[in-house]
Design a protein around this ligand. Structure first.
Ligand code: HEC
Ligand code: HEC
Ligand code: HEC
Length: 272
C-alpha cells in the first residue's frame, strides 16, 4: 500500500512537470552590427557573402579551376576571419582552423582537400545557425511595435497595447450587447470599431510604404465584412451578428496577429 502511494505521487508529479529547455541568448556585441546601432545590417550581409563565396569555392574546386577557386577562397577566409572580431563572445563557435586548412589546400591546389574543408565549414555554419539564427532575426530584424503610436483622435496618441486593449473591449461589447438584444448599443460599438480600425490602418504607414499589406487586412474585403455586420445589427439578427463578428475577428484581428503579434510577443518576452 505505501509503495502504491509513492507510485501515484510520482505519476502525479510527472503530469504537472513542465518541460524546460534552456537557450543561450545573444551576445551583446552582435547588436552593433545591426540597425539602429549601425547604418547597415552588417552581420547579415557578411553572412550572405560567406554563403556565396563558399558556393563559388565549392563549384570551382569541382571544375578544377585553380585561379578562380583561389580568388573566392581568399575572399571567404577574409570574411570568415572577421566573424570572431565582430563578436568575440562567439570565438569558440567559429572554426578558424578549418578556414586555415581551406586556405592552405587552395594554395596547394589540392581540390579534394578543398572540397572536404568546404563541407566541414558548412557543418560549422549549420551548428551556429541551429542555435542562434532565429533569435538574431527575431531580435534585430522583426518589426518592433513598441515605438509605434496610433493617433485615435486629434491630439491623442495611444501605444499599441493600450489601443489593442480598447479594440478587444469594443469587439466584445458588440457581442455582449447583441446577445442581450441591446441593438443600439451594439450598433454604436460597431461604429466605434470601424473608426478605430481606420486609425489603426493609418499607422501601418509607419513601417509599410506600400498599400498592399494594409489592404490585405484592412482593405475592401474586411470593410465588406463590417458592412454585413452592420446589416445584421440593423436587422436585429443575433445569429448573423455572431457569425459576421467572428468572421471579422478572423480576417482582421487573427490574420494580423499571426503575422505581427506572435513575433512581437516572443521578442518582448525574450529581449525586453
Ligand atoms: C557564430 C555563429 C555563426 C556562424 C559560425 C555562421 N553564421 Fe550564418 N548566421 C548567424 C546568425 C546569428 C544569423 C542570423 C542573422 C539574421 O537573420 O540577421 C545567420 C544567418 C545567415 C544567413 C542568412 C540566412 C537567410 O537565408 O536569411 C546566411 C546565408 C548565413 N548565415 C551563411 C553562413 C555561412 C555560409 C556560414 C559558414 C561559412 C555561417 N553563416 C556561419 C550566425 C552564424
Ligand atoms: C513596426 C513596423 C510594422 C508595422 C507598424 C506594421 N507592419 Fe506589417 N510588416 C512589417 C514587416 C517588417 C513585414 C515583413 C516585410 C514586409 O512585408 O514589408 C510586415 C509584413 C506584413 C504583411 C505580410 C506581407 C504582405 O504584404 O502580405 C502584412 C499583411 C502586414 N504586414 C500587415 C500590416 C498591417 C495591416 C499593419 C497595420 C495595421 C501593419 N502591417 C503594421 C512591419 C510592420
Ligand atoms: C498590426 C496588425 C494588428 C491588427 C489588425 C490587430 N492587432 Fe491586436 N495586436 C497587434 C500587435 C502587434 C500586438 C502586440 C502589441 C505589443 O504588445 O507590443 C497586439 C496585441 C493585441 C492584444 C493584447 C494587448 C495587450 O494587453 O498586450 C489584444 C487584446 C489585441 N491585440 C486585440 C485585437 C483585436 C480585437 C483586433 C481586431 C479588432 C486586433 N487586435 C487587430 C497587431 C494587430
Amino acid at each position: 500500500m505505501p509503495l502504491l502511494l509513492v507510485l501515484l505521487f510520482i505519476q502525479q508529479d510527472r503530469s504537472i512537470a513542465e518541460t524546460e529547455r534552456s537557450i543561450a541568448l545573444l551576445p551583446d556585441s552582435l547588436g552593433q552590427w545591426y540597425k539602429p546601432a549601425n547604418k547597415r545590417q552588417v552581420w547579415l550581409h557578411t553572412m550572405f557573402a560567406l554563403r556565396r563565396e563558399l558556393q563559388a569555392v565549392d563549384e570551382y574546386a569541382a571544375e578544377q579551376e585553380l585561379a578562380l577557386m583561389r580568388k573566392w577562397s581568399e575572399r571567404f577566409v577574409k570574411h570568415f576571419r572577421s566573424l570572431p572580431e565582430m563578436v568575440p563572445e562567439w570565438r569558440d563557435e567559429i572554426e578558424l582552423d578549418e578556414a586555415m586548412r581551406l586556405e592552405a589546400a587552395a594554395d596547394r591546389g589540392d581540390f579534394d582537400k578543398v572540397a572536404s574543408a568546404v563541407s566541414r565549414l558548412q557543418r560549422n555554419c549549420r551548428n551556429c545557425h541551429r542555435e542562434y539564427r532565429a533569435l538574431a532575426a527575431l531580435r534585430y530584424r522583426s518589426p518592433d511595435f513598441s515605438a509605434i503610436g496610433i493617433d485615435n483622435a486629434p491630439e491623442s496618441r495611444k501605444e499599441y497595447p493600450a489601443f489593442m486593449e480598447g479594440l478587444s473591449r469594443t469587439v466584445n461589447r458588440i457581442k455582449i450587447a447583441s446577445e442581450d438584444m441591446q441593438w443600439s448599443r451594439a450598433a454604436a460599438a460597431s461604429a466605434r470599431l470601424r473608426e478605430d480600425l481606420h486609425h489603426l490602418a493609418a499607422s501601418c504607414r509607419s513601417c509599410h510604404k506600400d498599400e498592399l499589406p494594409r489592404s490585405r487586412i484592412l482593405g475592401e474585403a474586411s470593410m465588406r465584412t463590417l458592412d454585413e455586420l452592420d446589416s445584421a445589427l440593423a436587422g436585429e439578427e443575433p445569429k448573423e451578428t455572431g457569425r459576421k463578428l467572428g468572421e471579422a475577428a478572423v480576417v482582421i484581428c487573427a490574420r494580423c496577429h499571426g503575422l505581427h503579434r506572435t513575433l512581437s510577443d516572443t521578442r518582448n518576452f525574450l529581449f525586453e
